[in-house]
Write a protein that binds this ligand. Structure first.
Ligand SMILES: [Zn+2]
Length: 286
């Protein structure tokens, strides 16, 4: 996983803008009580945004305490996101626009699927005040969003990697092994200790929640086919060690773009290190 770029916005300005653009009257011509409620909450929310920013900057987000609102306030705050106003659309667009090209559409929780929506890192059920706060929104795929739900920590420890905060791109914690049986490479992914207990615990929970080891294995066949198609242009012209060099070169380029423990990088590394796999390629391509 690679750290993604942090949204930079006037956060409370976003809040104020969504409220200002709400209708003053409801469809029955009565005062819009939700707008009145949200206007009254703006100073309180501004303080909570400052708290979020301070714990976010110190990477101490696990200490976040939210809520304390009655049901009406909670629903009103959550409706700001659900209402999906033009300003919320701008926030969502900004979150993707600031990402590197490779990560604009890719889910940072799994690195497998394209994004299809936004996850509230601190769930909007427990933290309705952060429902439209840009730094609390992660563009992610529907599979991860469905698996994460309201989960983000166990007791005092976080259970989900925060792609804005956790820089793990140079850490090799995802390993892949390959066995070639009857001409078919079969892979297994596993987690390796990072040497840091906090990260190890976080990664184990993150991988379990999103079922990542199994999902990577499921996706490996199509990725191996892609790698094979790429290598086909060298058909019959390279020996085993030259093929290894080509694959290793591709791997290193992918590492720069996606990070050392991106699942496709772990897979590529396993393949170029496997003599059985390379022998199989040389034999097939000859
Ligand atoms: Zn995902």
């Amino acid at each position: 996983m690679k750290q993604i770029n942090i949204p930079y916005r006037d956060y409370i300005g976003d809040y104020g803008s969504v409220v200002v653009r709400m209708h003053n009257k409801n469809k029955w011509g009565e005062d819009n009580q939700i707008k009145i409620l949200l206007s009254g909450l703006q100073d309180d929310v501004a303080e909570r945004y400052d708290i979020y920013k301070s714990i976010f900057n110190s990477e101490d987000i696990v200490g976040a305490l939210g809520g304390g609102y009655d049901d009406d306030c909670k629903k009103a705050l959550q409706s700001m996101y659900i209402g999906d106003s033009a300003r919320v659309g701008e926030i969502k667009q900004h979150i993707r626009d600031i990402q590197e090209e490779d990560w604009k559409d890719l889910c940072p929780y799994c690195g497998i699927n394209c994004f299809s929506g936004y996850d509230h890192y601190l769930p909007k059920g427990e933290f309705p005040e952060y429902s439209i706060l840009a730094i609390n929104l992660i563009h992610c795929c529907s599979t991860c969003n469905t698996k994460k739900l309201e989960y983000w920590k166990d007791d005092l420890d976080r259970g989900i990697v925060n792609p804005y905060l956790d820089d793990l791109s140079d850490v090799e914690y995802l390993l892949c092994g390959v066995n070639c049986n009857n001409g078919i490479p079969v892979v297994e992914f596993s987690l390796e200790s990072t040497g840091n207990d906090v990260f190890d615990s976080l990664l184990i929970k993150h991988f379990a929640r999103f079922d990542l080891l199994a999902r990577y294995k499921d996706r490996s066949n199509s990725e191996i086919s892609t790698i094979r198609d790429d290598i086909e242009s060298y058909s019959g012209t390279l020996d085993l060690e030259s093929l290894r060099t080509v694959l290793q070169d591709r791997y290193q380029r992918e590492v720069l773009r996606f990070g050392r423990s991106f699942w496709k990088c772990a897979l590529r590394k396993a393949l170029y290190l496997s003599d059985d796999y390379l022998r199989m390629l040389v034999r097939t391509e000859a």
